[in-house]
Write a protein that binds this ligand. Sequence first.
Ligand code: UD1
Ligand code: MG
Length: 456
Amino acid sequence: MNRPRFAAIILAAGEGTRLKSAYPKVLHEIAGRPMIRHVIDTLLPLDPAETIVVLGRDMEGVAHAVGPSPIVVQSPPRGTGDAVCAARPVLAPLLAERLAEGGIADILVLYGDTPLLHTDTIAELLAVRRRAPQVAVAVAGMRPDDPAPYGRLVLGDDGALLRIVEARDASAEERAIGLCNGGIMAIDSRHIFDLVDRIGNNNAKREFYLTDIVAIARAQGLSCRVAELPAGELLGVNTRAELAAAEALMQDRLRRRALDGGATLVAPETVFLAADTRLGRDVVVEPHVVFGPGVTVADNVRIRSFSHLEGATIASGAIVGPFARLRPGAVLDTDVHVGNFVEVKATRLGAGVKASHLSYLGDSDVGAGTNIGAGTITCNYDGFNKFRTIIGERAFIGSNTALVAPVTIGDGAYVATGSVVISDVPADALTIARARQIDKPGRAADLRARLKGKKG
Ligand code: UD1
Ligand code: MG
């Protein structure tokens, strides 16, 4: 028989009113990734049989961010207990269907607004649920610095969990409890529907609280336990201040991962990373660099100060910045130099290309060994459509050149400074596409005299 598995339900239907946002709470990003995506990705190594996401009405954006997880809609949101009930039409058939394969032993309920969870922490909670003698519900406990907003865990003398009381409904004595509900639970799949069906809404918010299933299980003679887990991972994001706090914690974690992986961050606290940033060994990141999503950096690359990178792939030996901007689709081959105030978008720069100053390279392909002079602009957009610029190998593009796409510059071509290139340049040609200079000997003095006469 196969080993029993678990199914997860992620609750994300709440309106998130405290964020005061026009967008669903769980779409707010931490390290460039929606909060709910962090939760889903954390589960993946544990191989859930399914991850069901509970959304509210009009949350199409969330459905997109969670794909391919099945979604159910809870409308209106009437509490976390009601949200679990909303998952039933997907969960019940799944439980029946998977019996033959060893079954689904636990239902893990997580909140979409706890993005800092680690995979190992979730595994710990599942282990407590599966511990003998039988535990019907295992709840993640935590001791946050400020327990004020959280549900409190009321324990019996033997350490068993008796009930969870929400902050608003707690007595002064219960509010003094430091052990709080971290917002994840593992529930014995054989009992889940029976337990959630019995939840009422006789409380301060008139909501169906999932947390009530602890007292309900106890009343049926079932046992409930707490797995005490790190509070830093269970931080629930409800306000903008908590969103910023979660971001700061995640940044610390990502910086740590980069350092442990063999990258130098000269001033780690000034470097901002995305959840998927990949830095190779002996990469040096100077102070004040921002990585958006989708950046991969090979070994031995230097990213100089004040650069902003997103969706870029950088091969070894490259030097980027200071003040460089790499946008999605920027691909830098080995030993490329991209200098200050150079923007690169949807463009491959071949090995050894140098674009050292003040350029825009968009929708283009630049062959190996080419030099892009200061102020070169690929004019890729006519206000309606985008066009590509192809530049061959070992070419030289003089300073302040406008390459009006679509246009191709052949291998080895030499484009003179200040050119406006509107048609293809053959390989090895010298192209001068600017007005010819006119010199009028001795006329400077005449001009000055004329201008002086006009003055005042
Ligand atoms: C909840 C817990 C509290 C715990 C805290 C940890 C309950 C009743 N309370 O409180 O004990 O200490 O989390 O962070 O569970 N949601 C729905 N549908 C609803 C209501 C909520 O899907 O009808 C989702 C929300 O989108 C959110 C999650 O459930 O992702 C938690 O809801 P939230 O309102 O943040 O609960 P808390 O008040 O933080
Ligand atoms: Mg919350």
